[in-house]
Design a protein around this ligand. Structure first.
Ligand SMILES: [Zn+2]
Length: 677
């Protein structure tokens, strides 16, 4: 019920700039309850409204606008601040919100209203985007059980609520398990090989905890350098095993339940397994086709993969290693081999990637290819002092929207990197606002206050990647919320993000932003040459690892049956092993921390292959930039107009063909990786 204070709740109306700093945990529940009621009233009104586009489908498109906004804001704050209060408040509203969303697509009056709209004259004259929206919505209704009887619908809603709760718990367990591990070493004797930056960070981490010595954690900036550089093999083994056994007690029961719920849902809807349900509207079209794609790539890579593994084993043995390499050895020896071959150490690049220059360079590239400008908005409220706000303007000076960067790790912030849309612009409608997005990452922070943050090249790529997702959201010209920005099928959604990573590898682009943080000098030519040559080093292994994740994902969501294939953790380990350059330790349980598959009700479930699918699309799409110039407005404008601006208003295969003039070809990727036949 609305109380006087709640009237001013920052969560109730969609506002830009978003008042992040005004949101309190205790406002979440009352606001969400009020917005749920308002959204429900709008949905109810559709049933009795005239069968026009605006009164039915158009109204449906906007019915949850405020609720989505409030949930985006609350969910985002929960992810990046993670205070117990926020977590509790967010968890408290989740069941009701999930139940609400899932009952939309189960509502018979709504489904009937849309079916009646579909046979009107107006529906036959709808523009292509709105016609597509109508067809997709009816398909969504069917895939969500609109044709089921009452008992089936009830069960469907229960499944969605259970999935939402169990997957949230899964993700939180991973965060907790990651945070629970620490290894404090009294002195640096076991840390030989580690770069100075990693040593200092370990020392600072211990100090922050009031401890003496060096503190290692499973957070990427601590874990990565140990696995890559620590000469102490036993230390690497300890860290590796801690990492691959995260949440191994808490999460396997959740995995079993989640898989069973997804399987039950697919069967209720008449699909043979969850992967078929999940891929029904995607480019891949079926679980079998997705699996065939993964197997095709595995096949094409196998020769290169085996060659790389034999070369690494030989290199390690020549340099004193005895016996077969183990899982905790490969990153370490690969780095040594990379250095021997290319005389190139990833860490030597760090001084050339100060965050502010990388950021400016990235913005300049976006300006060059898309003609937009990006300006700092120092007055916009933020949720943490580390966060910066930015405004995106068109060439005409028109404000398209803005975004926030939250880039450094914090104890209670969620792991990884992601982009999230918060507000939609909906150009040309009476609801026209601004596109607003958040970009979150966990890159290496400054060594001390006032010092620049120096990134490694992978962190730079991550930043470019999430920026690409953000461009997809912010440069959307779609007036239909449900089809706007990144709301495209998951095997297409990584195209705009992955293509951005190419600019981290182009010499002409690198010279713009890769500059020494003290001298301002570009990366020396010979270093750059070796860095680019090293790009194909163990490229088959890198892609094979990804294919392993995809294969586990598709296996668990297609054929896997506990009665036939046995215990899920063992089954997953066996599949992972087919893609691993080394044998896997007995206790290997990466699945228990695989948040992509189990950290959201659907998330990337039966969709991890999308990354490799998109990589094939992106490598080939970038060939147009290569041809016309990597900073060419012609290619950039076309990419913006044909892909970024269009959202899901057209079949992605058609959008792709419009941009490139043909269908994607896998050879562009294989050539880039240096493994083309
Ligand atoms: Zn992505």
């Amino acid at each position: 019920m609305a109380t006087p204070t709640q009237k001013d709740s920052p969560l109730l109306t969609v506002r830009t700039p978003v008042p992040w700093n005004e949101v309190r945990a205790e406002q979440i529940q009352p606001a969400i309850e009020q917005l749920l009621a308002a959204a429900q009233a709008r949905l109810d009104a559709i049933a009795t409204a005239p069968r026009t586009y605006d009164a039915t489908l158009g109204a449906l498109d906007l019915a949850t606008n405020e609720l989505d906004y409030a949930m985006n804001v609350a969910g985002h704050l929960e992810s990046v601040l993670g205070t117990p209060e926020l977590r509790e408040a967010y968890n408290a509203v989740l069941p009701a919100v999930s139940a609400f969303y899932s009952q939309i697509l189960l509502s018979k009056p709504l489904y009937d209203a849309l079916k009646e709209l579909a046979v009107t004259d107006e529906a036959k004259r709808l523009d292509p985007a709105r016609a597509r929206y109508l067809k997709k919505t009816l398909d969504d209704f069917r895939r969500n059980g609109a044709e089921l009887d009452d008992a089936g619908k009830k069960r469907m809603a229960e499944i969605d609520v259970a999935l939402s709760e169990k997957t949230t718990k899964f993700a939180q367990n991973v965060v907790d398990a990651t945070a629970a591990f620490e290894l404090v070493l009294e002195d640096a004797s076991r840390l030989s090989g580690l770069p100075d930056g990693a040593l200092e960070a370990a020392k600072k981490s211990a100090e922050d905890k009031g401890k003496k010595g060096y503190r290692l954690t499973l957070q990427a900036p601590s874990y990565g350098p140990v696995m890559t550089f620590a000469d102490d093999r036993a230390l690497r083994e300890t860290m590796y095993l801690a990492n691959v056994t995260r949440a191994v007690k808490e999460n396997p029961p959740l995995i079993r339940e989640i898989l069973e719920l997804r399987r039950e849902k697919a069967r209720l809807l008449g699909f043979s397994h969850f992967a078929d349900l999940a891929t029904d509207d995607r480019m891949a079209k079926s679980g079998a086709k997705a699996l065939a794609f993964v197997n095709m790539l595995r096949e094409r890579l196998m020769k290169g993969f085996e060659r790389e593994n034999a070369e690494l084993q030989a290199f390690a043995e020549k340099n004193g290693h005895q016996g077969p390499l183990e899982a905790w050895d490969t990153a370490y020896w690969a780095e040594k081999m990379r250095r021997a071959l290319y005389d190139f150490d990833e860490e030597t690049l760090r001084p050339y990637f100060p965050l502010d220059r990388v950021q400016n360079g990235l913005f300049e590239i976006a300006t060059a290819i898309y003609g937009i400008t990006i300006e700092r908005d120092a007055s916009a409220p933020v949720w943490h002092p580390d966060v910066t706000a930015w405004t995106v303007k068109d060439e005409s000076g028109k404000e398209l929207g803005g975004f926030y960067l939250d880039l450094f790790p914090r104890e209670t912030k969620r792991d990884g990197a992601w982009m999230g849309g918060v507000v939609d612009r909906l150009p040309g409608t009476k609801n026209e606002l601004e596109n607003v997005a958040v970009v979150v990452a966990n890159v290496t922070p400054p060594r001390k206050p006032g010092a620049p943050a120096l990134l490694n090249h992978r962190e730079v790529e991550t930043l470019f990647h999430e920026f690409g997702h953000m461009m997809h959201h912010v440069l959307s010209e779609v007036p239909i919320r449900s089809l706007a920005g990144t709301r495209v099928v998951s095997d297409f959604v990584e195209l705009p993000s992955m293509i951005m990573e190419n600019w981290c590898w182009e010499p002409a682009a690198l010279d713009r932003f890769a500059r020494h943080f003290e001298s301002g000098a570009p990366i020396p030519d010979d270093v750059k040459k070796r860095m680019l040559a090293a790009r194909t080093f163990r490229a088959a292994n890198a892609l094979m690892r990804q294919l392993g994740f995809s294969s586990v994902d598709l296996s668990l969501h297609t054929e896997y049956d506990p009665k036939v294939h046995g215990e899920v953790m063992t089954h997953a380990r066996d599949v992972f092993a087919r893609f691993s350059p080394t044998r896997l330790p007995e206790q290997y349980a990466m699945l228990a921390a695989f948040s992509h598959l189990f950290g959201a009700a659907y998330g990337y479930a039966a969709g991890y292959y999308s990354y490799q699918w998109s990589e094939v699309l992106e490598a080939d799409a970038f060939s147009r930039f290569k041809k016309e110039g990597i900073l060419a407005r012609s290619a950039g404008d076309a990419f913006r107009k044909d892909i970024l601006a269009r959202g899901d208003t057209e079949d992605p295969a058609v959008l792709y063909r419009t941009f490139l003039g043909r269908d994607p070809d896998v050879n562009a990727l294989l050539t880039r990786l240096g493994v083309a036949a």
